[in-house]
Design a protein around this ligand. Structure first.
Ligand code: TRP
Length: 428
């Protein structure tokens, strides 16, 4: 079973709140710790342009969301963490995909249809004030996902259609140009809590009922004090069912802590005391993160460096893969042999391969060689042939991350770059 790749994007269009933390940031940071998964996390700032025409807000939100992710424990060394617009190949792939996407498919997208319905209801032109960007949103999202050959995309129910569209688009591309794109699957997050807001409705920026993720202690206390409760007096038993205060508490507390508060409700805790308990509990989880967040927000150069390093890592995959796709569709070097179906077959015979052998030191080695004889990489010695074979199998996964993590097991030959190796591996 090959390593699974997960990919998650957040659109930087506002300031993250506690609901985003519980519903998206915290679960994705937890998932990033899994050893059997490769994770891609990115700030979908190309997407932000669809909704936001205030440049300063996009910049600020990109910074705030990146800092929130890092402050919440995302290990940027371990995952691939980048800003979408640092990968110009995504914009290029969007165009290649646009040309195989039927307009009718996009007409059926929920977000576009909802906008049309609103216009119709308001007796406007159906497309009034709808940008082509909104219409193309699903194709841009497909490019995000397909670029990194993601297998699983964790999303809320509202995004499932977009993943299905990415599959459709990928299938159409593969049908026309060969099996280049990996079909992604939606990983539906039903058991992730949606947090109620101050007024009991779902916490959302648009309802103005949210608690900013890293609100300073005093502001947090004030906001918690404003959570809607009923009019039961101190001493009267209280209902946990339908209590926003209780639900928010549950999203942060352990099972025992939750049981204790449940009992306190029955015993008639006053709302003022219950709010104090909630405030202290949230503050306990947030305080260390808030400190990291504040430090990150004060260090834009450090954040910029982190994002650029992430982009570099991501482009190690995106650049050669885009070259492959450009070639597939016919955007080619004029000197390269034209790939008639016949030519494609002969070029298949000229593919590179791995060779395994044993040296006089008793150890087991392999090298990756082009058919013309040029050696691309040479392994270090392994104690057993099985270990050597395992390293080959990992390399065959043909991704730059594996390549980066395996640097001690081989040496590139003079004049050969990691990208040369990736390109060869993709042809195996
Ligand atoms: N559309 C997502 C949102 O608004 C953000 C996003 C953009 C995304 N590209 C993605 C999510 C790719 C997952 C995969 O929440």
């Amino acid at each position: 079973m090959s390593i699974q790749r997960f990919l998650t994007g957040i659109t930087p269009s506002g300031t993250p709140h506690l609901g985003n933390y519980v519903g998206a940031i915290r679960p994705s940071v937890q998932a990033s710790l899994r050893a059997d998964v490769q994770n891609f996390y990115f700030l979908a700032d190309y997407h932000a342009l669809i909704k936001v025409d205030d440049p300063a807000r996009i910049q600020r939100s990109t910074m705030e969301i990146a800092a929130s992710w890092l402050a919440s424990g995302l290990d940027h060394e371990r995952v691939t963490f980048y800003r979408q617009s640092d990968i110009p190949e995504i914009a290029e792939l969007t165009w290649l995909l646009t040309c195989v996407t039927s307009k009718g498919l996009l007409n059926r997208a929920h977000a576009y249809k909802a906008a049309v319905d609103q216009n119709t209801a308001a007796q406007q032109e159906p497309d009034a004030e709808i940008s082509a960007g909104l219409f193309m949103y699903p194709v841009l999202m497909a490019a995000d996902i397909l670029m990194f050959k993601a297998h699983q995309v964790p999303v809320g129910r509202d995004q499932v259609q977009h993943i299905e569209m990415a599959r459709d688009i990928a299938q159409r591309f593969n049908h026309l140009y060969g099996e280049h794109l990996t079909l992604p699957q939606a990983l539906i997050e039903d058991n992730v809590a949606t947090l109620p807001g101050l007024d009991g409705r779902k916490m959302s920026k648009s309802y103005d009922n949210h608690i900013p993720l890293f609100a300073p202690r005093q502001q947090l206390k004030k906001l918690v004090a404003g959570i809607l409760t009923d009019s039961r007096a101190p001493g009267e038993p209280k209902e946990t069912e339908g209590s926003a205060l209780f639900q928010i508490y549950q999203a942060f507390a352990s099972a025992e802590e939750t049981a204790t508060l449940r009992q306190a409700y029955l015993d008639g805790i006053s709302w003022a005391d219950a709010k104090q308990v909630l405030f202290e509990r949230i503050d306990r989880e947030m305080a260390p993160m808030r400190e990291r967040y504040t430090a990150l927000m004060a260090a834009p150069d450090k954040m910029e460096e982190i994002l650029r390093a992430g982009a570099q890592k991501a482009r190690k995959l995106a650049t050669p893969f885009t070259a492959e796709l450009r070639h597939a569709v016919g955007l080619r070097d004029l000197r390269s042999a034209s790939a008639s179906p016949k030519a494609a077959k002969t070029s298949k015979a000229a593919l590179p391969g791995f060779k395994q052998y044993r040296e006089s030191d008793g150890k087991f080695y392999f090298k990756l060689q082009e058919s013309a004889g040029r050696v691309l990489l040479q392994s270090t010695g392994f104690a057993t042939p099985q270990e050597a074979a395992k390293a080959i199998a990992l390399l065959r996964e043909q991704d730059a991350l594996a390549l980066g993590q395996m640097q001690e097991t081989f040496v590139l030959q003079p004049g050969i770059s990691a990208d040369d190796v990736l390109l060869a591996l993709q042809q195996l």
